[in-house]
Design a protein around this ligand. Structure first.
Ligand SMILES: *[C@@H]1O[C@H](CO)[C@@H](O)[C@H](O)[C@H]1NC(C)=O
Ligand SMILES: *[C@@H]1O[C@H](CO)[C@@H](O)[C@H](O)[C@H]1NC(C)=O
Length: 364
């Protein structure tokens, strides 16, 4: 009798251990969007939008370029760290197979926007609809590995990050004077058009099984070193791009609120990256940066012109710069942004922060 009880207890302990492990391993991570979150998909494409040569990756653990638009880690890497997982692999990486599929995948592609006509100058990039199509294909691959039911669960319980929209201004509407989109729409009409197209993408993401989706807004587009160099007057942020971000972000938050109401669930979480970046820009020293205007790597005023290459100026201490290159935050800025995503108040995260989401879900 005692023996039987003991066995039963052992069995329960063993089961308990196994369920906990499964729950922990079960939180896959999926990333969609543009260069702010691409971790190497474009390395496999014929495109000019790439970050696979030095000095990109100079502070990455391998000190090699990876395709991340950062001196080191990017926002998805720090989120993976918080989830306790290894970084997701780019969807196009040949290493993404077998058990590694269960960690999730990164579908992002530098240069893309909400609209299909954004980033056409980069030639071969993976537009949002194709990223979603790849997500569907991914799920089939996982299903053939662990079965349809568990694959569905892996996706439902996974965390999604999507970062897109900046390029619809920078690499479309404002790319050239009198661009096709700017002749078609005034800015106050272009923004609701973008939002309605974005809503279709998010609806598709929901239909594909995503149930916890972090959606970042655009940063203060007019304040990046590239825009200070090309459009700013005397170091002031470029007003038209600032206006674009000021219109886009609140309408995005409202659209997410509407979708959550429609699904009667807090599926979409807005991350106010505009506020997070503005904090660095108004008071860089409070965050340990010496500047938020000059890029670490680049040339010309604010190191804001052209690409970051081996021929560019390169700062000695990347941690002192909010911007790594003319458009992208430094590793240290990315780390601070993810801290805000984890623990920020409702000023930064709406309706709740990631630590709250993770705590709620672990009670399920
Ligand atoms: C963008 O392209 C996809 C796939 O080719 C298509 O399904 C979608 O309708 C297009 N969107 C617009 C607004 O044209
Ligand atoms: C965010 O996270 C912290 C815990 O790290 C918590 O105290 C706080 O209330 C959270 N805020 C919101 C708005 O969820």
């Amino acid at each position: 009798m005692a023996r039987l009880l003991l066995l039963a207890t052992w069995a329960m302990v063993a089961l308990g251990c196994c369920c906990v492990h499964e729950a922990e391993a079960a939180r896959a991570f999926f990333v969609f969007g543009d260069s702010l979150v691409d971790n190497g998909n474009n390395n496999y494409l014929m495109t000019t939008a790439r970050a696979d040569s030095p000095p990109y990756g100079i502070d990455y653990p391998t000190h090699e370029p990876t395709g991340r638009f950062s001196n080191g880690l990017n926002i998805p890497d720090f989120i993976s760290e918080q989830l306790g997982s290894e970084p997701t692999l780019p969807y196009l990486s040949p290493e993404l197979r077998g058990r590694r599929l269960l960690v999730g995948a990164n579908f992002a592609s530098a240069g893309i926007g909400i609209l299909n006509d954004t980033g056409v100058q980069f030639i071969n990039i993976i537009r949002m609809w194709q990223q979603l199509e790849n997500f569907r294909e991914y799920q089939q691959r996982v299903a053939s590995l662990i079965g349809t039911q568990r694959a569905k669960q892996l996706v439902n319980q996974g965390l999604v990050l999507i970062t897109v929209g900046g390029n619809d201004f920078v690499n479309n509407y404002y790319l050239v004077p009198f661009s096709a989109r700017s002749r078609q729409y005034d800015l106050p009409d272009y923004v609701p058009f973008l939002i309605s197209e974005y809503r279709k993408l998010l609806t598709k993401l929901y239909d594909l099984g995503a149930r916890k989706v972090l959606v970042t807004g655009t940063g203060p587009l007019g304040c990046v070193p590239a825009e200070l160099a090309m459009r700013g007057r005397n170091g002031q942020c470029a007003p038209e791009l600032q206006q674009a971000a000021a219109l886009f972000n609140p309408q995005l938050t409202q659209m997410l609120r509407d979708l959550n109401r429609k699904y009667n669930s807090q599926v979409f979480i807005a991350a106010n990256t505009q506020q997070m970046h503005s904090d660095f820009i108004t008071n860089p020293r409070a965050y340990g940066f010496v500047t938020s205007k000059v890029a670490c790597c680049g040339q010309g005023p604010y190191n804001g012109l052209g690409l970051c290459t081996v021929a560019s100026n390169l700062c000695a201490n990347r941690d002192q710069y909010a911007f790594w290159d003319p458009f992208h935050p430094s590793e240290r800025a990315n780390r601070i942004i993810v801290q805000q995503i984890m623990t920020g108040s409702t000023k930064y995260m709406n309706p709740m922060n990631l630590s709250t989401i993770l705590a709620l879900d672990s009670n399920l």
